[in-house]
Every structure is written in structure tokens, then in C-alpha cells.
Design a protein around this ligand. Sequence first.
Ligand code: NAP
Length: 468
Amino acid sequence: MMICLSIKAKTAATAAKYVKNAVRTDLIELRLDYIKDINANKLERILKSTKRELIITDRKERMDLLIRSIELGADYIDIDIFAGTKKINKLIAAKCKTKTKLIVSYHDFEKTDKKELNTKYSRIKKLKPDIIKMAALANSIEDNIIMFDLIKKAEKECHKIIALCMGEKGEVSRILSPLLGSEITYGSIKHGLESAPGQVPVEVLKNTYRIDKLKNPDIFGLVGNPVKHSKGIYLHNDRFRKLKKNCIYLNFCADDIGKFIIDFRQLISGLSVTIPFKKDIIEYLDKTEETAHITDAVNTVIKKGGKLIGYNTDIAGAVKAIKEKTSIENKKVLLVGAGGAASAIAYGIVKEKGKLTIINRTEKKARYLAGKLGCKAADFSGISNLKDIDIVINGTSVGMWPDIKKTPVPKNVLKKIKGKRCTVFDTVYNPEMTKLLQDAKTLGCELVYGKKMFEYQARLQQDLFSKV
Ligand code: NAP
């Protein structure tokens, strides 16, 4: 597996500068089609300026430039199947007896179509290139599995392949494909300089995911929608690095949790689960541990003996974060929300003997949860009738980025209901200082940050992941 830094530059001078200053990678890809003033002389100057291994790609498929690249000793040239057999055979003849390897590629910028990909794979295979490259736009997270299957097929047939999905939903393949047998993964210089949609910066591939350090790793990740805001990839990958574990953690942005579990259960060793799947995931698991069962919410899944088991580490994480600032026993607690995180917190509060009232936008959910735990529920509009609350908790996603000006409890209401030494806890951790916490601060409340709960529940998750 090799990491390739793909260079997208408007001028030959900028491209030359990028090549000169390129971070350490196995390969550099020069995209000639982006360089407006490229010609044979400028190309020669760039190629002669570096000893680094190069892939020369020209999506305009200009034969003079590609053949010149071979003459100048380029390590790889990449040509699209749509250039036609005549051009490809010409390149095969030109590279014969040189060190240059030929990549013949197929791109679909609209979809990942299994049948179409297999047809094109067979067509390219017949041309006998050194490497077959397949790239297609992912419209769902499950499309990545089609690429992973293609890698397996090529491996069985002893063909070298580069297989990846493009676009945001294909990011997963840019990280995992090379670990599953794809020859090369392409990374960008930085965000904004991607030469193809969904490329991850090389620094992130190397420093966050450490893909160059791992071999057949156990795969973990966060499944939810959205997931981009999550800090989990830094926290978990860093912990795996410190513990010298051959494990990787990435974001899975799914649309349908059922489809995701069916397609990914073979591949993954464990999961963190977030909005909106904490409840919905349960029916696809083989077992849930007691806390997850009672709260009807799973935030952690591990695979043991092929069986998927659901846990809930939010409970202990939230209780620990609150207890750093205040005791819970006999305190009047108001919890807003009745989703996954809120259910876990409610269970924790009741266990710690807090006097809990739950309110939620969908009132019947609050009543159902309160009924299950033996605490009170109130309707949303009645919130300002509550008095002398000791602990206010936001267990909803209100106030989360990008809607950072929103709060589930308006400041005037918070002022009315809070007791003297009120503690306000917001489970939202992006942003760290939410509107609710800002208001609470101005009212002199003690603050509990969602970040703390996140860190504590993630540590417990890590302990579970380590046991896989
Ligand atoms: P969830 O299961 O989808 O529940 C979402 C909750 O938010 C429901 O109670 C929902 O009410 C409510 N809600 C959503 N939009 C609302 C709106 N516009 N107005 C009023 N209520 C609204 O999600 P979750 O997994 O529990 O996550 C909830 C929040 O907790 C997220 O911000 C998440 O980032 C945070 N969280 C933090 C941690 C941490 O470690 N700090 C851990 C887990 C979760 P309805 O029932 O009416 O839909």
C-alpha cells in the first residue's frame, strides 16, 4: 500500500513548488489537466527537479505529454479507459522496456454501480495494465462496500487494483481501501486543494489515521448522521496509537442504520453510535447489555464471537461529569430531551436518587421514559412553572453546530426556574460553550460541559474496544 500526494495546481510554476515542498509520501501524482500552461518543456523541468516517485495523470489524455513522461522516466502514468484502446495500446508500446508502469482507470462521477464497475473492470483487465484503477462517486455509505468487494475480487485474480469511492460518502474508502488491499490511496496537500472529490489531506491519513503504520487493523468507528462534528476520530485513534494497538477509528455517515449494519457487520469490530441511531440500532444487534436494555439506547457496539452486543457508556460518563460539580442525591433535576443521550442521563439520575422531571418536544416520549424510570414528566409549555431546580440538563441536540444561537431553555425561563446554586449541564459539545451555558454563566450557575461527558464515555468505550 502506498500513499500518494495528489497535486492540483493552476500553473507549472506552482506545481513545481508543490513538488519541491511536498510532505513525505510514497508517491506524488501530478495532475497535468489542472495545469493551464503545461507543455513538454515545463513538464521536463518538473520531472527533472525531483527524485520522488511520480504518477503522471492527464485527464485530457494528451498523448504527447504522456509519452514524453515515459521518456523522462516517470514511474507511473495513468490513462482513463475512455481514452480508447488505440491510445492505451500506444502507451503500452511506449512504456515497454522502460521502468514506467501503466495505470488504466475508470471513473464514474455520478454513482457507484456494481454491474457497471464489474464490466469496466473486466474490460480494463483485458488490456493487461500494471494496475487497474476504479473510482466512483458514493451516494451512500454502503457504496464503499462495492469497492471493497472489487478489491477482494482483484486479489483473488492476482491483479493489482486501486479502488475507491469519491465524494463525502466515499471518504471511508480513501482510508480503508489501502488497508484492505488497494495499491494506492490519494491524499491532498490540504483541505481545498483536493484533485478529486472526497480526498483526505495526506497529513490526516498519516497523522490521524496512521494508515501507513497499520496492517489488517480492527476497524472501529462512529455511526450516525451527521458525524463530521465529532472529535472521536482524534480521541480514539490517538488512544490506539498510545496503546500501540493495530486499530483504526473513522466516521461512518449512514442514512439507514439497518442497511449499514447488514453491509458493514463483517468489516467492523466495534462502533460508537450517535444521532439519530441510538434507539434504532437495537433491533439489528444480537444482544444488549443491561444498561442499554433499560435505557433503550445504545452508544457502543462491540463484536464478540461474530455477535454484535450493545452497551451504553453515556450513563456513567454523564454521571461522572455532573458529580465533579455537584452531588445528585435528593436534588431537583430538570432534563430536556427524551432521545438516546437523554434516556441514558435520566437512568443515571434516577440511579443516583435525583428527583427528576423530564420534558421533551414530543411529550409522549417524555411520559414514556418517565413511566419506565418512575420519575415525573411535564409538558414543554409548562417549563416555567417549575421552581428551584438544582440541576438543568440539555439532553437534546438544540444549540449544536451549526444552530449555535439556539437554546432549549430561554434565559428568562432559566432565571425563573433555577435554584440558588443551580448547575447547568449541556450534553452538546460542539460548540463547547453553548448558548445555554453562556446564559447560565451570566446567571452565576455552575457549568458542566458536554466535552467532559464525551471524554468520560469515550474512555469507557475505549476499554470495551480494547477487549475485542
Ligand atoms: P436523539 O436520540 O436523536 O434525540 C434527540 C433529542 O433532541 C430528542 O429528545 C428530540 O426531541 C430533541 N430535539 C431535536 N431537535 C429538537 C428541536 N429542534 N427542539 C426541541 N427538541 C429537539 O439524539 P441523541 O443521541 O440523544 O443526542 C442528543 C444530543 O446529545 C446531541 O447534541 C449529541 O451531540 C449530544 N450527546 C452528547 C454526548 C456527550 O458525550 N457529550 C453523548 C451523546 C450525545 P423529539 O423526541 O421531539 O424528536
